[in-house]
Write a protein that binds this ligand. Structure first.
Ligand code: PHE
Ligand code: ZN
Length: 900
């Protein structure tokens, strides 16, 4: 057993199989807060009743870091005891009648550096309760299946905290003695306590009234610090679009009179879907063209959508227990992805969004699924639930929902959602309940027929591999694809049963490049795409009337979260890159071509850039895409961006990060110089875009111009030419928007040009009062291409910069994470200095904010795959962290799994 403890007692492994329904229900809660940074007083008056469906037991209330002053049952004192942080009441009234429980506690928000529970940020109060933060506010049954009606009264100094917010509707407010005031909020919806929120402080808001389809009026508000009002328009527009979309696509209307978003600069995650009072990291709210990039604008739209969509998928129907987290997160990520795609003006922009989402899945989730923290979409156990807000729960969970939609169709999926709400609205349910509803709404679908097997996607971890081989019979005109699936062992799961894998297929004429019509034996449908639903360990499919030798286009649109192993030749990949009507596989062909080259040179002995050969076919294929008359700019930018070092590493058995870095850099230099004239053309053709708008079309043009400038400065580096760095500097100075300005700065910094220094200084002085822009400034330097080890000393220097503050999670991420988790070429040093830096900061952060520390701890997840000397050095660093006696459960769980 692991020896773990924190203020709530020794850590224990929580198991899904141990779930039992609560012994009590909490019907109503009335919370009264006297807000004070040093000592906030919380009076919690509840009505409870025994749950008649389970055997009688003591009432156990969770608590963490609270000072308990009083407990009254039906107005009278009572006996209680403390057990592993829980408040235990044994002598409660018998019978099923409701009784009153009153608990008075205090806490110290100003000392709360974990940012869980009630905390202070920039002199305002905020709360964060998911997953288990409510217990840091008051004693409660802190579990999502206990849903109560909340009434909240806030009292605070009126001058310091003019705005007092909580969930639901404002029913009363007014002045009190000694300059204090109060506000009372009643939430009309029952909710689990993790959706509770309060905010108090000096905030201003942008507001708008809207009338929804049903004719109901709603008030939408976006609260920010004074001075940030000019950065709220995009969030408001995103919210309005979200309301319209959920009603149009799924028939889900806004169920509140008032919907509020509040931004805070101290936040552990992206944002939180508290009922009617979403609290956001400023990064996902604040934007204007001077301070935010196109990517920021797009992220804000999708995160605002994500939190809004939780109002139904998460809040109206919530999770029975935290093992079901993907019930709300996988589904809501799927919904926000669909939202962003539906907002795209054309199919090409939809495909670009899909490629971006898959890129995240493959560079972050696939490695997770192959490492020590691998877990199923519905985990079986955890020590610290905060460690399970992962790309597996979110992104792979979304892929599982997407496969369901693929199997039942878009309309069938909408019917499934309707049935899900008809059955479960207002309750706390499981992933099984969701899958069952989608299947039951589509009784004739493949999903309904295969449901138990399909649900292995929830229970089995690991990324399945789909190995394909093909035979073409030129005489019989038949083409057979043979598939074999397998899934590697993951911690606690040695062998896996076959998955249901929807494989979207097409065939391209190897010579003609034409999309070939598909005829499957015994089936009447002839189209040029076919959905093959694989269920066995190995299976094949034969196409008939195939008149020319084809190239297979496998897993179109990335129809399942698997790795496809097919021994494509260069010629076949070139055919797909030039002709596949499926844009995803067209992009994929380009990535595979680049990977083949990268892997070949990584494996070869010769080091250095001179060793990477001519690669003429690859270069001309890239030129053809770049110069293509009809492909759009955003798509070109994706094709011409090489696979990341992390993704390349994930393809290899043994990872030599320096070798990967050197080869990828050599390939970038080759693309830069060999396509020099093409990049000049691309820059000229895409850098003038008129008045700034963050729409997909002009964002794509800016992205391609940015990539071109990057390559042009890189080429200038080898040729010694000063023209392009000069132009980049000019662009940096003159740009009227952050995207162009930052891309120009990035081009100078990444190419290591001398002008990078004055540009960085100028950027800092221009934006020294813009926190989010300063984050970019730190991140750019920490993420800079390493040339001889200069990045780490620069990062150490930046730790001492007056604008650095390790307590602010965004700032810590911008400097420390950008170096340790996002810059492998600089982090994995032969002298182990990167790992020393990492272990120091995991420990330093752990004492401040264990959640943030545990995320940093994951930077060495894949250490066992490293080549020497990295492997031993990484192990030593992990052991140094493990040796610390009083680690948080969060960090302890990550480190012990890594070392196991
Ligand atoms: N539930 C939030 C979301 O996905 C994420 C979150 C988790 C935020 C835990 C804070 C704490 O939108
Ligand atoms: Zn979410």
């Amino acid at each position: 057993m692991l020896q773990l403890r924190d203020s709530t007692g020794p850590a224990t492994v929580v198991r899904r199989a141990d779930y039992t329904a609560p012994a009590f229900w909490i019907d109503t809660v009335h919370l009264c807060f006297d807000l004070d940074p040093a000592k906030t007083r919380v009076l919690n008056k509840m009505t409870l009743r025994r749950n008649p469906d389970v055997p009688a037991a003591a009432l156990r209330l969770d608590g963490d870091d609270l000072n308990l002053a009083r407990v009254l049952v039906n107005g009278a004192g009572t006996s209680f005891k403390m057990d592993s942080g829980q408040l235990v009441l044994e002598n409660l009234p018998e019978g099923n009648e409701p009784f009153a429980l009153e608990i008075f506690t205090t806490c110290a928000p100003v000392k709360n550096t974990k940012l869980m529970g009630l905390y202070v940020s920039n002199e305002s109060f905020f709360t964060q309760c998911e997953a288990e933060g409510f217990r840091r506010i008051t004693y409660f049954m802190d579990r999502p299946d206990v849903m109560a009606s909340f009434t909240v009264t806030l009292r605070a100094d009126k001058e310091k905290y003019p705005v007092l917010l909580s969930n639901g509707n404002l029913t009363d407010s007014g002045d009190l003695d000694d300059g204090r005031h109060f506000a009372t909020w009643i939430d009309p919806h029952k909710k689990p306590c993790y959706l509770f929120a309060l905010v108090a402080g000096k905030l201003v808001c942008r507001e708008q009234h809207i009338i929804s389809r049903s004719g109901k009026e709603h008030l939408l508000q976006v609260y920010v610090r004074p001075g940030d009002m000019d950065k709220t328009e995009h969030a408001m527009q995103s919210l309005i679009k979200s309301v319209i979309w959920d009603e149009a696509r799924f028939g889900l209307p806004l169920d509140l009179e008032r919907f509020m978003i509040v931004a805070t600069s101290d936040f552990n995650m992206g944002a939180m879907e508290n009922k009617g009072l979403n609290i956001f990291n400023t990064k996902y709210v604040l934007a204007n063209q001077a301070t935010a990039t196109d990517v920021d604008f797009a992220n804000i739209e999708s995160v605002v959508g994500h939190e809004y969509f939780h109002n139904w998928t998460g809040n109206r129907i919530t999770c029975r227990d935290w093992f079901q987290l993907s019930l709300k997160e996988g589904l809501t990520v799927f919904r926000d992805q669909e939202f962003s795609m539906d907002l795209c003006a054309d199919p090409s922009a939809r495909a670009v969004k899909r490629i971006e989402d898959v890129r995240v899945l493959r560079t972050a989730q696939f490695p997770e699924d192959a490492g020590p923290m691998a877990h199923p979409v519905r985990p079986d156990s955890y020590i610290e639930i905060n460690n399970f807000y992962t790309v597996t729960i979110y992104e792979k969970g979304a892929e599982v929902v997407r496969m369901m939609q693929t199997l039942v169709g878009r309309a069938g999926f909408a019917k499934g959602m309707t049935l899900y709400f008809a059955r479960h609205d207002g309750s706390a349910v499981t992933c099984d309940d969701f899958a069952q509803a989608v299947a039951d709404a589509n009784p004739d679908s493949a999903l309904a027929k295969l449901l138990p097997q399909f649900k292995r996607w929830y229970s089995q971890a690991g990324t399945p591999r789909l190995a394909a081989t093909a035979t073409y019979d030129a005489e019989a005109h038949t083409y057979t694809l043979n598939f074999a699936q397998s899934c590697p062992a993951t911690p606690g799961q040695e062998s896996k049963e076959p998955f249901v894998i929807p494989v979207s297929l097409g065939l391209i004429g190897a010579a003609s490049g034409a999309a070939l019509p598909l005829q499957v034996h015994g089936q009447s449908n002839v189209g040029d795409s076919h959905l093959f639903v694989m269920t066995q360990a190995s299976e094949s499919i034969t196409f008939e009337k195939v008149l020319e030798e084809p190239v297979p286009s496998i897993l179109r649109g990335f129809s399942a979260p698997v790795v496809v192993d097919y021994a494509y030749t260069d010629a076949q990949l070139l055919a797909l890159l030039a002709n596949d009507p499926d844009p995803f596989n067209r992009w994929e062909a380009g990535q595979r071509l680049a990977l083949l080259i990268a892997i070949k040179y990584i494996a070869s002995d010769a080091g250095g850039s001179s060793a990477i050969g001519q690669n003429d076919t690859y270069i001309s294929a890239m030129r053809a895409v770049l110069r293509h008359p009809t492909l759009d700019a955003a798509f070109k930018e994706l094709v011409l961006t090489l696979p990341s070092e992390t993704y390349i590493a994930d393809q290899l058995e043994v990872i030599d990060p320096q070798r990967i870095h050197a080869v990828r850099e050599a390939m970038r230099e080759q693309l830069a110089t060999a396509l020099f004239e093409d990049w000049q053309w691309a820059y000229a053709a895409h850098s003038q875009n008129g008045a700034y708008q963050p729409d997909t079309l002009s964002s794509g043009r800016r992205a391609l111009a940015g990539l071109a400038l990057n390559y042009l400065c890189l080429a200038a580096r080898s040729s010694g030419d000063a023209i392009w760095p000069g132009k980049a500097y000019q662009r940096f100075k003159d740009a009227d928007n952050m995207t162009d300005r930052f891309n120009a700065l990035n081009a100078l910094v990444q190419s290591g040009h001398a002008l990078a220094t004055p540009a960085l200084a100028r950027f800092h002085s221009l934006f020294q009062f813009e926190e989010l822009v300063l984050d970019k400034w730190f991140a750019l330097q920490a993420g800079c291409t390493d040339r001889g080890g200069q990045v780490l000393p620069a990062v150490r220097q930046l730790l001492k910069h007056p604008n650095f503050n390790i307590r602010n999670p965004n700032r810590a991420r911008s400097l420390i994470f950008s170096y340790c988790s996002a810059n492998p070429g600089a982090f994995h040093r032969a002298d182990a200095a990167g790992y020393v830096f990492w272990s120091e900061h995991v420990l330093e952060l752990d004492a401040i904010n264990p959640q943030v520390a545990a995320r940093l701890a994951r930077a060495l997840d894949r250490w066992k795959k490293l080549a020497e000397p990295y492997r031993h050095a990484a192990q030593a660093a992990l052991q140094r962290v493990a040796a610390k006696a009083d680690l948080s459960n969060d960090v302890r769980e990550v480190i012990s799994r890594a070392l196991a």
